[in-house]
Design a protein around this ligand. Sequence first.
Ligand SMILES: Nc1ncnc2c1ncn2[C@@H]1O[C@H](COP(=O)(O)OP(=O)(O)O)[C@@H](O)[C@H]1O
Ligand SMILES: [Mg+2]
Length: 332
Amino acid sequence: MASIIQSAHSPCLRQLPARHTTTASKLMLHASFHGCRRPCISISSASARLGGPVRAKAAVSAADSPVTSGLENGSGNSSSDKVLLEVRGLTAVIAETRQKILKGVNLIIREGEVHAIMRKNGSGKSTFAKVLVGHPDYEVTGGSVTFKGENLLEMEPENRSLAGLFMSFQSPVEIPGVSNDHFLRMAYNARRRALNLPELEPLEFFTYVSKKLELVNMDLDFLNRNVNEGFSGGEKKRNEILQLAVLGADLAILDEIDSGLDVDALKIVAQAVNKLLNPTNSVLMITHYRRLLEFIKPGFVHVMEDGRIIKTGDITIADILEKGGYQALASP
Ligand SMILES: Nc1ncnc2c1ncn2[C@@H]1O[C@H](COP(=O)(O)OP(=O)(O)O)[C@@H](O)[C@H]1O
Ligand SMILES: [Mg+2]
């Protein structure tokens, strides 16, 4: 959620009507607490996809994906071989305390691939995701991250999202006083402006967003409600996927998108994510539970421990974790 909150300096927030002035500053507070201080519209850079039909694709099946280890994931026959994200030796500390959290993360994600990172709480999964989107609580101390050939770490958070990086946060933020409809349209139009496309008028946007609502099985009423305010846990998660559907992304990082969902809600969320997958975009899921991986099938499962990816393989890794607990995967 915070990934689509704009900086106060951005044209988007300046577009808020005067009655939203107080809200805008609250929104900034939310943004700095939960997400990025100077964020960030999370929208795909693939202009061809904007407004166009979403190409459905079956998620990568485990059988299709070779077991790989270490940095090189192998080609993965569902992927295009084109590297989307390349992380090498990434280290990061908590900016305030200098506590080391990431201790050398290596990861390659190619176009069209679905990846999952698993492991128990406190291993650094969310930190890794937040460092990728440029969260100000963390400072990168070493390593490199390339996204679509560009040095991601040199990019401002908002430019990371404009480049096609989306993150749904583990705890989506509420934004009192800003309707979902207004928020999504503001974000979507910012993206269109960046792509030199004409902005959508409210009615045009309504037509566009209505189809996306169907995708996540959300009622039209959700457009009029304030962003995430009073939403149940499941509704918040669906709202995150709605944002992803509206904005699009080349790489969507979904942090515990399954938490707090019953199986029916999980199916809806997973189906929506699967429909958004196409041969050129990718998903990085963070989860504790194998259950999610039954619905969104990853080609690659990584185990993170103490700020590093200690194992990479296919879905059988998740089976081992499920059956034997995390002890079953001792560090090599
Ligand atoms: N902003 C922060 N301030 C203080 N501690 C943090 C912060 N972010 C992460 N941590 C600590 O870093 C460790 C890793 O956290 P996190 O990345 O959230 O793990 P995971 O998502 O794997 O559960 C935890 O011990 C957590 O308390
Ligand atoms: Mg976490």
